[in-house]
Design a protein around this ligand. Structure first.
Ligand SMILES: O=C(O)c1cc(C(=O)O)c2c(n1)C(=O)C(=O)c1cc(C(=O)O)[nH]c1-2
Ligand SMILES: [Ca+2]
Length: 561
């Protein structure tokens, strides 16, 4: 039956399906299911597994959707499948058949699909949105939203809000201008486009629309025309305030001496009105970013309970720069910023107004290291690395424990600056780097953080970087994967490992759960890849022999006979 706006807004409560990336438009990744719980999880076993096939595999970061007993799952190289949720039987496959010359920065990945009406949608690495008939897998419409030859691609899962398909776009490493797009989900017609770099004019119903804030004031000269700010991770939607929350990526180029100013709205969180595409508020986590602290990280609406019992409608985000932020979600007002990693060399913390207190000696190319405005300078070692205290992999919020579960990483980098000029379709960095672990025995740390205090309640250390999403349940469990191949379940209050299963390849995707005929299912995609083996420097060396894959695994408890 057709998926409605009402179904989508109810997704977090309805346990029989998974209609959204994030198990709800707020992306809390919390399931009210409790059949699989702290006592029973040890009995969880695979029911079936489905191979993505193909000659080449590469990273699989997709979160599956479940609608009317059918799983829709995307894979590397812009492919999507419909699979029978009971049996694992393939119903159809669609392969976007990519042109030569696509330019995703960080592997040929895709993070998932969206469903609405009788259609399923996904974004491709040549920057198209494709709408397919859910039953047949046939293309209903396909729309190129940007020019892939300029460095644009789509890796995010689209979001459906009030009959519109909302998507971001990648390309921050190529000096594109990041934008958020709203298309009519039925027809593919563009409703509005919101560029997220100050100075760039948006459009609404094909006509120019105003830019929020002072035009282009935080950039010098023409730099706002190639300012980066990829919106590559997509966003969340809060039905209570009626706002979209979008993270924006690194300013371009990475070399911060070449672009004085705060460089709004790069490395920020934006609240956008889905009706008009206008920016309602912004908060910049890293003004004048010099470390590729590409702050696209998901902003999750939740109710913040203060010590006095007062409830504030808030939004939380764990940034690549190593700090966990809580903001008022109606106004964007800064509430707190607490570190969630052991080192944050670049800033000691945040002042009352929400501005970072910088440690200037850790800015690459700083004059103390022989650098300066010419973009040259000696190397500095600083942590976190540009792959972040947390990268794209989504955290989860438990309505049961009121804790956030953050997949974080402990690593630093040698980073130096170089001169660079913009050239269409060419890398626009002006920096060189080598990532290095901080500790011998672990890089990944799954952390439970209390958003009211910023205190870490427990942590679980993993040898390889954590690169997969998190799921938490009313059954008291926290699920996440590891590059070593495991899907693991932890006690939500203590962090004790309660269950694990090795999928045969690294798990760098986001698990889901749903119920069918009175049984609770858990599913995750397995397939090692993403940015770490490509950009991870000394860490890439450690993980380079991990096996590749491309499988959807489905688990449940054995049936009582
Ligand atoms: O600036 C951008 O447009 C952009 C896009 C992407 C992407 O679309 O995957 C990544 C990054 N940046 C990035 O900096 C990064 O570390 C990263 C890691 C991954 C991944 O999937 O493992 N993607 C991306
Ligand atoms: Ca980037």
């Amino acid at each position: 039956k057709p998926v409605t706006d009402k179904d989508i807004l109810a997704d977090a409560e309805t346990t029989g399906d998974v209609l959204t990336y994030g198990l709800g438009t707020e992306a809390q990744r919390f399931s009210p299911l409790e059949l699989v719980n702290k006592d029973t999880v040890k009995g969880l076993v695979p029911v079936w597994a489905f191979s993505f096939g193909g000659e080449k595999q590469r990273g699989q970061e997709s979160q599956p959707l479940v609608v009317d007993g059918v799983i829709y799952v995307t894979g590397s190289y812009s492919r999507i499948w419909a699979v029978d949720a009971k049996t694992g039987k393939e119903l159809w496959e669609y392969n976007a058949r990519l042109p030569d010359g696509i330019m995703p920065c960080c592997d040929v990945i895709n993070r998932g699909a969206a469903v609405y009406g009788d259609k399923v949608y996904f974004g491709t690495l040549d920057a198209k949105i494709v709408a397919l008939n859910r039953e047949t897998g046939k293309v209903v419409w396909s729309k190129a939203i940007e020019d892939y030859k300029a460095g644009y691609s789509i890796t995010n899962a689209p979001l459906i809000v009030n009959g519109m398909l909302i998507t971001g776009v990648a390309g921050g490493e190529f000096g594109v201008v990041g934008k958020v797009y709203a298309l009519d989900a039925e027809t593919g017609e563009m409703k509005w486009i919101r560029p997220v770099i100050e100075g760039n004019m948006g459009t609404r119903d094909g006509k120019p629309s105003t830019m929020t804030g002072t035009k282009n004031a935080s950039w010098e000269g023409d730099q706002w025309q190639t300012g980066g700010g990829g919106t590559w991770l997509g966003g969340t939607y809060d039905p209570k305030t009626g706002l979209l929350f979008y993270g924006t990526g690194n300013p371009a180029p990475w070399n911060s001496w070449l672009r004085p100013g705060d460089n709004l709205y790069s490395a920020s969180r934006l609240a956008i009105d889905p009706k008009t595409g206008e920016i309602v508020w912004h908060y910049q986590t890293t003004p004048h970013d010099g470390w590729d602290f590409d702050g696209v990280n998901e902003a999750i609406p939740f109710d913040l309970k203060g010590a006095d019992g007062k409830v504030t409608p808030a939004v939380a985000t764990a940034d690549r720069n190593g700090f966990f932020f809580v903001l008022d979600r109606a106004t964007g007002k800064f509430i707190s910023a607490k570190p969630f990693v052991s080192r944050h060399d670049w800033a000691t913390g945040y002042d009352d107004k929400g501005r970072p207190i910088y440690n200037p000696e850790f800015r690459p190319g700083n004059p103390a290291a022989g650098g300066g405005a010419d973009g040259k300078g000696k190397s500095v070692f600083t942590a976190p690395s540009f792959l972040g205290g947390k990268n794209w992999m989504p955290m989860a919020y438990s309505k049961k424990t009121s804790l956030f579960y953050i997949p974080s990483n402990e690593w630093g980098m040698d980073i130096w600056n170089e001169p660079i000029t913009y050239k269409k379709g060419a890398a626009y960095l002006g920096a060189g780097f080598t990532i290095k672990p901080l500790y011998e025995d672990h890089i990944g740390v799954l952390r439970a953080i209390d958003p009211a205090t910023g205190k870490i309640k427990w942590e679980y250390k993993n040898r390889a970087p954590l690169w997969g999403g998190v799921l938490t349940t009313a059954g008291g469990l926290v699920f996440t994967g590891t590059p070593e191949g495991y899907l693991k379940a932890f006690d939500d209050e203590t962090g004790k490992e309660l269950w694990s299963f090795n999928t045969g390849s690294g798990v760098v995707a986001s698990p889901i759960t749903w119920d069918m005929d009175g049984e609770q299912y858990v599913a995750v995609v397995s397939g090692w890849g993403g940015a770490v083996p490509l950009w991870g420097g000394d860490v890439a060396e450690y993980v380079k022999n991990f096996n590749q894959g491309g499988m959807l695994w489905v688990f449940k408890l054995p049936k009582k006979s």
